[in-house]
Write a protein that binds this ligand. Structure first.
Ligand SMILES: *[C@@H]1O[C@H](CO)[C@@H](O)[C@H](O)[C@H]1NC(C)=O
Ligand SMILES: *[C@@H]1O[C@H](CO)[C@@H](O)[C@H](O)[C@H]1NC(C)=O
Ligand SMILES: *[C@@H]1O[C@H](CO)[C@@H](O)[C@H](O)[C@H]1NC(C)=O
Length: 452
């Protein structure tokens, strides 16, 4: 009992700290894929294997929300667009909250209910006009349950709500129906202490000559002639355009949260600027920039809560190849690339992530990893085989530096490489019954360093 109470008070303390510190780095957990691990495994991985503070779901699927129970992650759940109009009926709003939120309030840190995704840009008149009444109804229901201070109601929008964004000081919401809904939306957010959430993607705004500007790499900067302010990166320009548009309507006191941003690592040949290095640089620099306290030229000294899109490669997403390749992780929880968000736990204490700057592949370095899509049973046999050959298997055991992600493919990858490096780096040392392959890309992540 005492243990239960202290766990609860620690949880409450953590929640309070996170609520005060608005600079959380979050991850968008999309599930448009046929091959993802169970939500419980994902939640444990995010809570114990990464430094993410918060997670954003694109629905309120009960099993997925429940998976985050008793973790210290703040969870944003989403009402899908096709239920937004239903929420204009207060009875439906009551029912939705009773079904999706109330069962979880004692054990899960649900921080926000997001109403739809990019609703205003759908240009569906009845949907757009339902938005603010739906948000008000949810807030009314939360208030009746005394949950309104703990759970905020918000609604992510795309940059498409702006008619002008360049230079940033000219940022302006579209006239007509957009401006009509934007005023009541911002009034609601102000009155309820909720942020304006925006999906901002320099990836969709850069040109060949502005890629360094988009990736937060060294560049000459871009001056806003109206203000004389110099922008060092495109995201700041996008955020300041939103800020200018809000200020024009008198709402520059409402906080801004980056509800989605990211960069794909693989794309079709005709898609520009896509590779692993660019994706890694964007996301890594993003995390550093929004939490640095530098702010933007029009919002100096601020930090921004930001959700990277996305957690996984999602093989069921339609559109160009890049759409399926925004993920930081493969479905087996192995990193696509490392941006320094991985931790390892030693004796239950999360240690600070060790930033490994993956060296660019050199000619001589080679690693052995499993072939993609190899049967898990075969990989499990490899694990047992390698551990029976005198190789040190403690790194993949609980408390070891390569324990997370706790999956067979991840553990097999580490051990197959150890075997390959120990026994002479011959091609046949990486055969493993045709389940192994040699790569020139360093699979190391966090403090899990693969020998070479
Ligand atoms: C939401 O409203 C639509 C249109 O009125 C209706 O067809 C649908 O069944 C409603 N959904 C739920 C879950 O009640
Ligand atoms: C517009 O939104 C309404 C309410 O959600 C929905 O019933 C309708 O199907 C949508 N129309 C289109 C064309 O998507
Ligand atoms: C931002 O921080 C700097 C350095 O601490 C300070 O000089 C400046 O006044 C701050 N600006 C604002 C707008 O708070």
């Amino acid at each position: 009992m005492a243990a239960a109470i202290s766990t609860l008070s620690i949880l409450l303390m953590v929640w309070t700290i996170k609520a005060v510190d608005g600079a959380g780095i979050g991850i968008s957990y999309g599930r448009a894929a046929s091959n993802l691990p169970p939500p419980v495994q994902v939640a444990q991985f995010l809570a114990h294997g990464t430094t993410f503070d918060c997670v954003k779901l694109f629905d309120a699927d009960p099993a997925t929300v429940q998976a985050f129970a008793n973790t210290d992650l703040a969870v944003d759940v989403t009402v899908p667009n096709d239920l937004v109009a239903n929420l204009t009926d207060l009875r439906f709003a009551h029912k939705w909250v009773r079904t999706n939120i109330v069962p979880r309030v004692d054990d899960t840190n649900i921080a926000r209910i997001l109403v739809g995704n990019e609703v205003i840009s759908t240009a569906n008149r009845s949907l757009v006009s339902s938005l603010v009444p739906a948000m008000q109804n949810l807030h009314t229901v939360l208030t009746s349950l005394s949950l309104q201070h703990r759970i905020k109601v918000a609604s992510p929008q795309s940059l498409g709500v702006l008619s002008t964004s360049n230079p940033p000081s000219t940022g302006k919401f579209r006239e007509g129906r957009v401006a009509e809904v934007m005023r009541p939306l911002l009034s609601f957010l102000r009155a309820t202490g909720s942020p304006f959430m925006v999906n901002a993607y320099p990836f969709f705004g850069f040109a060949v000559d502005t890629i360094d500007y988009a990736l937060f790499r060294p560049n000459p900067g871009v001056e806003d002639q109206n203000t004389g302010l110099v922008y060092s990166n495109m995201l700041d320009g996008q955020l300041d355009a939103v800020f200018s548009a809000m200020k024009r309507l008198g709402f520059d006191d409402v906080d801004i949260v980056i509800s989605e941003t990211g960069w794909p690592s693989v794309g079709d040949p005709r898609e520009l600027g896509i590779n692993v290095d660019n994706a890694r640089d964007y996301n890594k620099n993003l995390v550093q920039h929004v939490s640095s306290g530098t702010g933007t030229p029009l919002m100096p000294n601020r930090t921004f809560e930001a959700y990277i899109f996305s957690l996984f490669e999602e093989n069921l997403k339609p559109g160009p190849l890049s759409q399926r390749n925004f993920g930081l992780f493969h479905p087996d929880l192995l990193p696509v690339y490392d941006i320094g968000v991985l931790t390892t736990e030693v004796g239950g204490q999360a240690t600070a992530p060790v930033q490994t700057l993956n060296p660019t592949p050199s000619d001589s370095k080679r690693w052995c990893i499993p072939k993609p899509n190899t049967d898990v049973l075969l990989l499990q046999q490899n694990v047992e085989y390698v551990c029976g050959q005198g190789i040190d298997c403690t790194p993949i055991q609980s408390g070891g530096v390569c324990y997370f992600p706790d999956t067979v493919p991840a553990h097999a990858a580490f051990l197959m490489n150890e075997y390959y490096q120990t026994f002479g780096r011959n091609a046949f040392d990486c055969d493993f019954g045709r389940t192994g392959m040699i790569t020139a890309i360093d699979p190391s992540y966090g403090s899990c360093v693969y020998s070479s």
